[in-house]
Design a protein around this ligand. Structure first.
Ligand code: SAH
Length: 254
């Protein structure tokens, strides 16, 4: 077992954006207490000309600017040399052309040493650096951001909350949306009556088995109605299968 915490390196033209929202609440507390580490490196530090330029006009014409392959490759190499972490960590490029990010990829990334994350800007990056440095393109959705930084924060936040010790209850990560190919069941809390709507009776019955069955049924109904794509792709599709995630807490924790 290694004692090195999960450690992510972000390559960006705007390192001052980090940790930003990752520095508050649960992720921020865990960052301060050393449960994970974040290194934001300025791509511009790898520029070589006297103007420290990092981008240039697109070959073939067109609007905007493109991040230079040589500068970005040098930034990646410098990050890997400087880092005391494993050299085999995933190298991600935030990109609207990438494979859409999923909770299962997040689970994998959270279980690893922590990725190197490249944030694009402008029109994106020179295509050649993607292959030359083995970058895995990752998208956070079918829309275009002005830069990869917020996308990187999305990815890092989703990983960090899964790290051991970051969330209050270990199990809260296993029971939520996407963990079983389902959206999460509806949640309720006090007051018992809100604008005339009571909390569903079954949830205050104290019958853990009934609560679990109700939650499972709600999760399935929600998923079917809202996300037929998830429903069709569900891993365990036996109609009468024993609920795996929603058993009473007393039987799931050791
Ligand atoms: N011209 C590009 C978009 C560039 S947007 C295209 O049409 O594909 C600038 C940068 O923002 C990208 O290089 C990428 O790093 C980031 N970005 C934009 N949208 C993103 C998304 N949906 N997911 C992840 N990163 C994104």
């Amino acid at each position: 077992m290694t004692t090195t915490p999960w450690r992510t390196t972000v390559l960006t033209l705007f390192p001052e954006m980090f940790p930003g929202p990752l520095g508050v609440s649960l992720a921020g507390k865990a960052l301060s207490s050393g449960l994970w580490a974040l290194e934001a490196r300025d791509i511009r530090d790898s520029a070589t000309d006297r103007h420290r330029s990092v981008d240039d006009t697109p070959a073939g014409g067109g609007p905007g600017m493109v991040l230079r392959a040589d500068v970005l490759a040098a930034a990646i190499d410098a990050a890997n040399t400087a880092s005391d972490g494993p050299k085999s960590r995933p190298r991600l490029l935030m990109s609207p052309r990438g494979r859409p990010l999923t909770q299962s990829r997040i689970v994998e990334l959270a279980a690893g040493p922590g990725p190197l994350v490249v944030c694009g800007r402008f029109e994106g990056v020179d295509e050649r650096v993607i292959g030359a440095r083995g970058l895995e393109e990752v998208s956070i959705g079918d829309y275009v951001l002005s830069g990869g930084e917020i996308a990187a924060m999305v990815l890092i936040d989703a990983c960090v909350r899964l790290l051991p010790g970051v969330m209050g209850k270990q199990e809260s990560g296993a029971d939520e949306s996407f963990s079983d190919g389902l959206l999460e069941y509806p949640q309720f809390t006090r007051p018992q009556a809100f604008e005339g709507q009571p909390i569903p009776e079954i949830l205050i019955s104290g019958d853990h088995a009934k609560v679990a069955a109700w939650r499972r049924a709600e999760a399935e109904a929600l998923t079917r109605a809202r996300r037929p794509d998830l429903w069709a792709a569900r891993p365990s599709r036996q109609p009468n299968a024993e609920p795996r995630q929603n058993r009473p807490k007393s039987t799931t924790d050791g």
